[in-house]
Design a protein around this ligand. Sequence first.
Ligand SMILES: [Zn+2]
Length: 190
Amino acid sequence: MPYSSNELTVGIDASEAKTVSKARPIGKARAITTCSPDRQAIVDTALADTVELANAAADAATSGDVAYVAKEAGSTSDNIKHYCTDPWSEQGSCRKNFLAHEWAQYSMIVNCEIYYTLLMTGLPTVREGQDEATTAVHEFTHLPAVYDPPTSDFRYGNEVLLLESEQALENADNYATYATAVYLNCSLAA
Ligand SMILES: [Zn+2]
């Protein structure tokens, strides 16, 4: 499988990862500000899926602490503020056609408008697709309050496979890609 070229994938045992991640409760999403009821429901689902993806990835990974992403995505604390819409739309990166972005200094994750129109809802079904949960995994790893050291954006999408192992461990989309790969292997092992 293509993801095996990535340092992060060393030591995957898909069937074992599935057993362990299923044994854990799915976390309850924290309160999210500026949400309409429709968007609140979408983000609640995305965060529950994020917990599942990150737990599966954490169980399978030999490096990187993706479990912190699962812990935070399932938390009811307001340690991280997750916004349904950009509260600072004039300054924010949503203007640059981003799906979502984060303000690390404020421990904020912001979903942009196209998060709701371009991304798939629910757990991933294909490795190449972008969805709401893997986007959340990506953003969580950027926040120093969640993931230390926080990740950067060196490459996106399939290009993450081009990174050397050291940069791969510091690249947000490697975690999203890896979580998707592990999760889909888990499904195939069923
Ligand atoms: Zn990013």
